[in-house]
Design a binder for this molecule. Structure first.
Ligand code: GLP
Length: 241
């Protein structure tokens, strides 16, 4: 794993955006894996700015988001669908049919998971996956204890994850209890991974991840140590606290 220590959040986002733009320029039909949460919002801002200033085009880009809450439709302002439109998709020239986000209100959720996994494969897999990390070490919504072989699946969210995501909702009760997430093996199949870690709140988990010599399901992000092409980009707050 390569570690890049950016001096602050803005520089971390700029470096992540560079990875994305490079992938788009290098590949004919790039496939991006995208994340939500507070951490990547600045990356989307940079990408939108670059799109308008430098005309980087998303016409040939396909995207797959990591996860979505079960029970929230795409028009719900607290859904990841909505987040992605608001922060990114509405501001670039990506064709609607090339955007993929799990459908949290599918009538058959198991089938939705299988179909999502197949769609990723049909597109030839993910070229670059952007990840954030939860304070308990989760990636996507793969909570501690999730099998490393997992594919896209339904997960019961831990209370700590629901609390961490509460700021997007009016109250803790409104935070859904279940989500659909790409599995750890889905994530590991990506050809390149960029993990973003920002802020003092994430310092303990980053420290644990960097110092851990074991790769174990109790700390899902340790699986990334087995991947040949991972870059961790961190800001000073996450690194030095
Ligand atoms: C959520 C998302 C993850 C994200 C994590 C950290 O649980 N499912 O993909 O990485 O939270 O979020 P934040 O960046 O807001 O700290």
């Amino acid at each position: 794993m390569q570690l890049i220590r950016a001096k602050d959040y803005d520089e971390m986002c700029a470096k992540a955006a560079e990875h994305v733009i490079r992938t788009i320029k290098e590949k004919k039909a790039p496939v991006l894996g995208l994340a939500t949460g507070k951490t990547p919002t600045g990356v989307y801002r940079k990408l939108v700015m670059d799109h308008w200033q430098n005309r980087t085009s998303y016409r040939h880009v396909t995207t797959f988001n990591l996860d979505e809450y079960v029970g929230l439709g795409s028009d719900d302002p607290t859904s990841f669908h909505y987040y992605m439109r608001e922060n990114f998709f509405d501001h670039v020239d990506i064709p609607e049919q090339q955007i993929h986000i799990p459908n949290g209100i599918a009538s058959n959720l198991e089938q939705e998971c299988l179909q999502y996994e197949c769609q990723i494969e049909e597109k030839g897999g993910i070229d670059l996956q952007i990840l954030g990390i939860g304070v308990n070490g989760h990636i996507g919504f793969n909570e501690p204890g999730t099998p490393f072989y997992s594919q896209t699946h339904i997960v019961k969210l831990s209370e700590s994850t629901r609390e961490a995501n509460q700021s997007f909702f009016n109250s803790l009760e409104q935070v859904p209890k279940y989500a659909i997430t790409m599995g750890l093996s889905t994530i590991m199949k990506s050809r390149e991974i960029v993990l973003l870690v920002s802020g003092k709140r994430k310092a303990p988990i980053l420290q644990q991840l960097l110092s851990s010599e074991v790769v174990c399901e109790d700390l899902p992000a340790t699986i990334l140590k087995r991947h040949p092409h991972v870059t961790i980009i961190t800001d000073q707050d996450a690194y030095s606290s």
